[in-house]
Design a binder for this molecule. Structure first.
Ligand SMILES: N[C@@H](CCC(=O)N[C@@H](CS)C(=O)NCC(=O)O)C(=O)O
Length: 200
């Protein structure tokens, strides 16, 4: 299998952390690329021209990141990061959606900031910032009750927080959410997180 990714992509980091947590490194070759460059191999497997994309050995490909992580999790059902059923499954999937939503709002903000200033939209920037702030408040409310066993929910939260810190440090979420900061610092000690830092 081949994973198209970039070190700075929070969605790709989520997939790479899952690969490391599940010990699948030996089965997946990485290909770093930017979707903003012309990469014919990426477009050939993902018509959306986005990363992450996982090209399978049978010539098919999986995207986007929630589909890829569900597939990777299924390869080793004994060590699941997404519960197979029950209330826990919906909690983890909802947490993934919350973390992915922070990534979406942050990524849009970063891309918007690279457009000519006259074309940037203050309305959209405010909307994305408000979504990030509300999502962080929800995360704060549940951080003390996160399960001990790491799940895809934990991983997605950590990758979203790492991306905010990397690309939008001015948000300074640590100052408003010290409980989240303490949890993030502890979770970031995991080898899967340390080896996938966006600034590495
Ligand atoms: N929902 C997608 C989002 C993927 C995504 O937007 N990736 C960015 C890089 S961080 C990308 O490839 N953007 C290229 C584009 O928007 O054209 C996922 O979870 O995989």
């Amino acid at each position: 299998m081949r994973l198209f990714h970039a070190n700075t992509s929070p969605y790709a980091r989520k997939v790479r952390v899952v690969i490391a947590e599940k010990g699948l490194e030996g089965r997946i070759e990485g290909q770093t690329c930017s979707p903003f460059d012309d990469v014919p191999e990426l477009k050939a497997v993902n018509p959306l021209n986005k990363i992450p994309c996982l090209a399978l050995d049978d010539g098919t490909a999986l995207y986007d990141s929630p589909v890829i992580v569900e597939y990777l999790d299924s390869l080793d059902p004994a060590n699941r990061l997404i519960p197979a059923e029950g209330a826990g499954r919906w909690t983890v999937l909802r947490q993934q959606a919350l973390g992915d939503g922070i990534m979406d709002a942050a990524f849009n903000t970063v891309v918007e900031s690279r457009r000519p200033e006259a074309q940037q939209s203050p309305d959209w920037n405010q909307r994305w910032r408000a979504a990030i702030d509300r999502a962080l408040a929800v995360m704060d409310g549940e951080i003390d009750s996160l399960a001990q066993q790491p799940s895809l929910g934990h991983i997605t939260y950590a990758c979203a927080l790492g991306y905010l810190e990397f690309r939008l440090p001015e948000i300074d979420w640590r100052a408003r959410h010290p409980k989240i900061a303490a949890w993030f610092d502890a979770f970031s000690q995991r080898p899967s997180m340390a080896s996938t830092r966006p600034d590495a």
